[in-house]
Each structure stands twice: as C-alpha cells, then as structure tokens.
Design a protein around this ligand. Structure first.
Ligand code: NDP
Length: 341
C-alpha cells in the first residue's frame, strides 16, 4: 500500500521534502463488529487547509494536526472493495475523508458527516473532489447563504481561479452580479474572463497598489467580497466596500505559512460602512449537500457551469501538487489521481 507520509511538522512554507512516498502493508481484513469499509482510493483532493494540519498547533478548526511519520489525509473519491455493514457494498463509490494512500479503511460510524455515497456517475468522478465535493459546497454555502447576494451587486472574489473561487464567480454571474476576480498569473486572468465569464480580472502580483487596482475595477465600491486570501488584499478591500456590504471569510491562504499573521489595519470600515464580515465553515453546510446537488448537477449537465481541474497523475506526484497550492502552481482544482478505476 503506497502512502504519503508527513515526515515532521511544518513551519513556514511546506516543501515536497516534508513528505515522503513509502510502501507499507495494510491489513485487508476489516475489524469484526465494526461497520468499517475497505476502499481503493481513486482521486485525492489537494486543499489549502491540509497545510494547517501540518502545523504542530493543529490550526485547522475541524481536524487536528497530522501525526509525524503518519499518512496524511484529506478529501477523496474512493471505491468500496470490502464492507462489514449493510449500508455500503463492494463496488460502491464514495467521497469522504480518506488517507493519501492506495487503500484505506474508513469507519462510517466515525465519519458520518464527511462520508457520501456517489449516486450520479454521468459526470467525471474527480468532480467529487471539487465542484461536487467539499469545495463546491463551500462556494455554494459561502456565496448564497453567507453573502446573501442580489442581482446587480458588485462582487469581488480573490484566489478566483481556484477550486472554490471559479464557482463563486459563476454563481455570481448567474444571478446577474458584476464580478471581478484576482489571481496570480496572466493565464489565470485569461481563464477568469474567457472561460468562467468574470466581467473583469487582474493579476494581484502585478499590482503595486491593491487599493488603486480595486478602485479601477469598482469605482462605485464592492457589495460582496468572497475572501480566500486575507492579508494585504483584505485590507485593500475594506477601503473599497460599500455601505451594507458583506464579506464572507472563507479562507486566508496568504497567512497559512506565516508564524505570525499580518495585522489588518482598516477594520474601522466595518463600522463606518455597516459591513457584515462573517466567517463560515463548509461543515455547517453538509446537511444541505443534496439541495446543493439539485442546484449544481443540472447546470453542469447543461454546460451552464464549467469546471477546470489540474490533474497530477500518481500518488508519487501528490506532495508536489499539494505544496504547489502555496505558489499558485495549480490552475483550477488540484486533483491527484491514485487510480482511474
Ligand atoms: P485553490 O484551488 O484556490 O488553491 C489555492 C490558490 O491560492 C493558489 O492556486 C494561489 O492562486 C492562491 N494563493 C496561494 N498563496 C497565495 C497568497 N500568498 N496570496 C494570494 N493568493 C495565494 O484553493 P481552494 O479554492 O481550495 O481554497 C480557497 C480558499 O478557501 C483557501 O483559503 C481555503 O483555505 C479556503 N477554504 C475554506 C473552507 C471553509 O470551510 N471555510 C473550505 C474550503 C476552502 P494564485 O495563483 O491566484 O495566487
């Protein structure tokens, strides 16, 4: 059983060499008296929050730190090879939290909130790591429920070409908002405008003055900011919000590798502009997963929503793909293929 092992806890930027890919043995017999399932992992999801679990202080709110010398875990799509309980049978497809390894044992009794049987297979299975999985639900809950958007509003999305951002932009366009995204390369900016239909997009790495850039794209201010990056971008956005604006704080990737997070200087805008700034966790939206599927699946089938993935082939390329999130190497949702079937 090939596995990705975290060698030690990480401070600063994660490196490929913080992990190693090793062969280990796995007991193929499931523990008696449990409802455990043995799964073959097919597609693994690279998520920024995995960096927080590499931290010795376990900065991720929902899961604790990874243990050094142990296999790392994250969301993935897997096929059931053996099952103790009646709810899963051999051949079933699931998406769940699983190990970064070829085969894993999952206990539905402890994974209830994060284990879903895949019922619709007429779309790419890897989508259940992205648009139809945790990042998709994040975009859905964060945009529709937290941002409470209205037609015609001015929406700004950071890390806009990523797993979550590309969807937020498309949701916002679909209800008639004016949408601008920021991303870290020319190629990503083109993607935002030409593939996802953003009205405008800019490369934040080429802007010396983010406040001026935002003023250029939002001369009348921002109603909704979908926050994925934090730091200097958040500070600049605060200066450009409109009265009664909403900021959905989804993530702050620019801060995940820092020992001490940067100070935010412009919080006073929250008062002056009566802004609602609200953090949220995708875990709150799991009970609404079926509602989300009902909204998003038909739009994928009809080609009304598109999704771009960045596919790394093979578990041995997993560590590079994962650390690539922090240099913006990924274009779209970063997936690692362990096996195609
Ligand atoms: P992405 O697929 O967008 O990958 C991360 C991207 O972040 C990179 O491609 C890079 O793009 C950008 N990035 C990396 N470092 C920086 C930096 N220092 N400053 C600005 N941008 C940077 O990731 P996701 O879409 O999966 O996640 C987006 C955000 O949503 C993250 O903050 C994540 O933690 C959060 N999240 C929160 C959840 C919740 O429940 N609240 C659930 C899921 C995700 P670029 O080239 O544009 O720089």
């Amino acid at each position: 059983n090939k596995q990705v092992i975290l060698k030690h806890h990480v401070t600063g930027f994660p490196k490929e060499s913080d992990m190693e890919v090793k062969e280990s043995t796995i007991c193929l017999k499931l523990p008696e008296g449990s409802r455990a399932i043995l799964v073959k992992n097919l597609y693994l999801s690279c998520d920024p929050c995995m960096r927080l679990r590499m931290d010795p202080r376990g900065k991720s709110g929902n899961f604790g730190s990874y243990l050094p010398s142990s296999v790392i875990a994250g969301f993935g799509v897997s096929k059931v090879v053996d099952s103790n309980g009646a709810e899963f049978k051999k051949g079933d497809l699931i998406w769940s939290v699983t190990g970064w390894e070829e085969y894993s044992v999952i206990d539905p009794a402890t994974a209830t909130r994060t284990l879903f049987k895949i019922e619709h297979t007429d779309v790419p299975l890897s989508y259940y790591t992205g648009i139809l999985g945790m990042p998709g639900l994040t975009a859905y809950g964060g945009f529709y429920k937290v941002c409470t958007p209205k037609k015609g509003e001015y929406v700004f999305v950071s890390a806009a070409s990523g797993a979550v951002g590309q969807l937020v932009g498309q949701f916002a366009k679909a209800i008639g908002c004016y949408v601008v995204g920021s991303a870290g390369s020319k190629e990503k900016v083109e993607l935002l405008k030409n593939k996802f239909g953003f009205d405008e997009a800019f490369n934040y790495k080429e802007e010396h003055d983010l406040n001026a850039a935002l003023k250029r794209y939002f001369p009348e201010g921002i109603d909704i900011y979908f926050e994925n990056v934090g730091g200097k971008m958040l500070d600049a956005v605060l200066l450009n919000m409109r009265v009664h604006g909403r900021i959905a704080v989804c993530g702050m990737i620019s801060q995940y590798n820092l020992e001490h997070t940067e100070s935010v200087h412009n919080l006073f805008s929250l008062i002056a502009k009566r802004i609602r700034m609200e953090g949220f966790s995708v875990f709150d939206y799991y009970p609404q997963y079926n509602e989300f599927l009902d909204v998003v699946l038909p739009q994928i089938r009809e080609g009304k929503i598109v999704y771009v993935e960045d596919i790394a082939e093979g578990l041995e390329n997993g560590p590079a793909a994962l650390v690539g999130l922090f240099s913006g190497r990924n274009i779209g949702k970063q997936v690692v293929v362990v096996s195609h079937d």
